[in-house]
Design a protein around this ligand. Sequence first.
Ligand code: GLA
Length: 729
Amino acid sequence: MAILFENGIFRLDAGETSYAMMIGEDRTLLHLYYGARLADSDLGYLLYLLPTASFSALRAELVRPGHSPDTLLQEFSCNGTGDFRASACQIRDADGHSATDLRYVSHRILPGKYALPGLPATYAEDERDAATLEITLEDPHTGLRAVLLYGVFEHLGAVTRAVRLENPSSRTVTVERVFSACLDLPRCDLDLVSLWGHWSCERNVARRPIDRGSQGVSSKRGASGHAENPFIALCSRNADETSGDVYAASFVYSGNFEASAEVDSYGMTRLLLGLETTDFAWTLEPGESFTAPEAVLVYSAEGFGGMSRTFHRLFRQHLVRGAWKTKRRPILVNNWEATYFDFDEEKLAAIARDAADLGIEMLVMDDGWFGARNDDTSSLGDWTVNEEKLRGGLAPLVRRVNEMGLKFGIWFEPEMISPVSRLCETHPEWVLGIPGRGKSIARSQYVLDMSRADVRDYLFDAMAAILSSANIEYVKWDFNRNLTEAGSLLLPPERGKEIFHRYVLGLYELLERLHTAFPELLLEGCSGGGGRFDPGMLYYTPQIWTSDNTDACERLFIQHGTSLVYPPSSISAHVSATPNHRTGRETPFVTRGVVAMGGAFGYELDLTKLTDEERALVREQVAFYRKYCGVVQNGDYYRLISPFEDRNLAAWSSVSEDRRTVIVSVVAYRFRYPRAEFLRLCGLDPEAVYVDRGSGARYRGSTLMRAGLNLTREFRDGESVRIVLEAEA
Ligand code: GLA
């Protein structure tokens, strides 16, 4: 049983981890433990009672030392009733007060994993893989309820959390803050790790010691954003790739978020993750409820490597859905960096012809095929084919490409509208904005009000018409600016702060409609590269364009950071031209392939301009990826050398599920003079004998893990080494 309840104590066992809480004497829900798996259920002794704490108030019904809400580990902390730390929940009642006091009422333990209406969430196809705990808390004063939802994945070290707030009372209240995860840890000797970035430089790893007070990351962009990822980890000071405690939290959501760690005066740390608070409020009429998105908690005693592999498995098996969940993704060529806006059907057909010849499997037509779009200043919203570029429309082009043996994919940016567009002339009221206030412009575009059903209907019909007009098997869903002056003409003033969340709910609804209507379609998420790379999007789009920076050396950093949370199968990566359009750097073709094959592989260059030597390399890369894609897509991922830590090298490996095939990749992002380098591998079968398919050398698994591969050599700038090891039968 993954969920135990005995003597008022809950113990949730997920993989090698346990999570425990108890119903306190005054029926508040208290946190007891989160960490490595425990065998005992009698965990009441873990209750953290601080003998004295002046100025920490006691509840009238429990006047005993240590029992102040201010000093106890809370499971879902409330506001204004004695816990002075940042609260997980704040509700303004009909009389204008924002004190909340939630007490245990009941609970249910259910087989399978809960789902969340209108929101992405992890799932279990087989009921036996997960269990659900629902704990109902109630505020005796207002009658408001919080239903805490816990999903426990029995074979993975992951516990999910979400919360539903219900208003069974006869008066209207306002939810002012609600965090999906609240985790009180009885320690503060921790570092905080987050992923920061900007356009073309996403998901750098930041690590700093936590200190007294509050620290954290957030987004107010209307999207998860380039700047911070909806992920936070607290780890022991000595934690590294292979050892140390890591308590990580990831938010299954694509909009504004807030993640913080608050260290109080008594050495306890509160981790909060959920909806961003400044730009959020939600009105709950009598009888209404509000469900906050899901947060995933992962504890690893094996450092960041263990954490990542749990996230990867969970997201691969229990978050990504649909026809492409486990199927080998097509190797594609995207025309963006080949042509930008300057293309017609002949140019595309020429690229497709070469692609087919080289074994590439899909042509993706990027931005510029619709309306009158020849640059980024017009036509978003006018989703009709530009027949000046594509004579005869889409169908003949797609047929032609299909006849060459290639699939066809297309680019959309559904949520956007250009001021210069037919749509903007016809429906100016569909633009997100505040009446009387100017609208900020970014990349010459505005954002559509996705909270409106009429906008979503229009977009669905427009996209469905295009997708039904030809055999289109893939969509790249882009989103190239963030939200400003966020207002909807349809929302009454008291609901003004609901717009950011309603926007995301609208986005999810449209994605779900598309997923249902076109179940075979492969969706790739994108936002100026990786500006909306989050688990919420992964529920709809199995892969996401990782960055507009396609420079292989830069990608070492970007893909390393991304891999902290996201599986390689989701990390879209392409070989592009050299010198790189973004950075001007020249990198060998082989290395560009090695790096791009660390994720969902493809090309993004003009294939018609390749030399014979490069064409031969493409053929080799395609053959290699076809053969080993399963190892990359479904295997375990090990970061072996971090480019953030090493001054020259990055290295990683993919190990097949059965541990029989190992692909080791090493790239020098800058020249390195010969130096001792023994690369210790991870995750192998210690007893097996592995053969290096290139050199024929044989090694025992335990030797490779303890002594390592001998890579003592010179590395030229941008040079790479890839070693495939296969276990002997
Ligand atoms: C964004 C994407 C690119 C490309 C352009 C098209 O920047 O990240 O890959 O699709 O838009 O305008």
